[in-house]
Design a protein around this ligand. Sequence first.
Ligand code: ARG
Length: 288
Amino acid sequence: MTMDIAATALPRPRTRPHEKVDRTARPRRFVMVRPTHFAVDYVINPWMDLSTPVDTSRALAQWEALRQVYIDLGHTVDEVGSLPGLPDMVYAANGAMVVNGRAVVARFAHPERAGEAPAHADWLLDHGFVSVHTRHTNEGQGDLLLVGSTILAGYGFRTDRRAHQEIADHLDMPLVGLELVDPRFYHLDTALAVLDDTTIAYYPPAFAEHSLATLRQMYPQAIEVASADAYVLGLNVVSDGLNVVMPAAATGFAEQLHHHGFRPVGVDLSELLKGGGSVKCCTLEVHS
Ligand code: ARG
């Protein structure tokens, strides 16, 4: 077993193993983008490596399997059409933040991804959402995660802290900023998973001290995951309140989830990991 000094020094999760908790699934609405044009053509995060070959047909098959898992679980999946020249478009979560009929369209940090935003804006318009654009950078649900009726907002690498007020105002919701400090965990959804309206899991070393204090105060029962799980993007999950669709390689986290009464559903998105994303990155949730 690999020991993680930082993680072992932290308080252990308080829930006892095999505690019986009643979890319930709620049907969700997702938006996904097929990885037709997926590639690693540039490097904008530490996971991307131009010398690693990408198998696009394998990426397509893995993505299709993820989509099928959602459908089998009773969720709805809409699609935004994939565009040539935008190899990261498969990471649909970054396109927007959508809650209660209102949407904030992404303003990407890197010019390579800027062209994705209009495609998401068009989809939102066609589907009746009132959208706004922010003046400052925001990367949608990569950094903006809804827990109950609070938005947790990552900053430090992509989403600009100055966008937070604009987002809170438009969505009319409280927003709590969380500072990310490790470039491997450049989006909040790589370091923190929302499991239901009150339950989260996170990787403590990804956060600045003051943000860890905030998390510990807000979520004293949170699940803290180990490095081995965080480093396969194990926190990049989609939960419906019971079923947690997650990278299959995050076996330690899967066990923790099981002990907390959730049902881990492992999928293999190894091709999409080459771009620095996994389950959640590929999934924009339309929150209602
Ligand atoms: N290559 C993409 C980027 O660096 C990956 C985005 C992953 N998406 C996410 N929601 N974390 O922007």
